[in-house]
Design a protein around this ligand. Sequence first.
Ligand SMILES: C[S@@+](CC[C@H](N)C(=O)[O-])C[C@H]1O[C@@H](n2cnc3c(N)ncnc32)[C@H](O)[C@@H]1O
Length: 226
Amino acid sequence: MTWKTSNKPGKIEKFYWHCKSSAFAMKPECQFMEPGDFYSEEEILHYSNSNAIKKMQEKLTLQAIELLNSNTNSFFLDLGCGNGFSTQVLEELGFKVKGIEIMPGFVELAKQKTLDVQQGDFTKKLPFKENQFDYLISISALQWAFCQKNETQIKKLAGLIACEFSRILKENGKACIQFYPDSEKQLNAIIDGFTKNFFVKTTILNPQNARKRKIFLLLSKQAFAE
Ligand SMILES: C[S@@+](CC[C@H](N)C(=O)[O-])C[C@H]1O[C@@H](n2cnc3c(N)ncnc32)[C@H](O)[C@@H]1O
């Protein structure tokens, strides 16, 4: 495994992206404007019944938890939680966890697993109190918010999302976001938006391999120790 980390916004170097492939173009976020345009009832069931997807979501969730270096008894919010693959990992590790998900069909399936999940949109005002969570986690969901937007729109939206994330996080809170930006330019615009409210550390797993590349943003309300 290769990890590259940078805590300097705007410094994600070009070579990380030199092999940008058509892999991203195949992703639904590139073909559909909204999650609701893609996640039909059938697609929700296909996603929820796929063992390969479950395993990948569990693996990414464990990697995000490792980056957060979280304390036991912490309170997590899982944003874009789908049917709760990631939420369940957190719950099984003994964390208190809530989930928020835009698609009612996924919310229903998560509730059937007795997970504490509610319907909501993470690009809007979040239905939670100030300083409620120790950690936020979001696995493979955030790219939906930024597809098909220009740089100015991306920075503005990332700023608004960061503002809400910061509001619901405790003073020493952190967020870990794994997602699939479609270009280096888009990634840097998102980081720019987030730096209004957070110190940002970027971790890239398999930076040279477009298919296997995984990007995690670690957001902290307090400066990272050097
Ligand atoms: C890959 S899926 C689910 C990933 C989840 N970590 C899991 O364990 O299955 C990404 C999810 O993000 C949700 N999503 C996309 N945009 C959203 C938004 N603005 N607010 C809430 N959920 C959103 C989608 O509906 C979808 O269920």
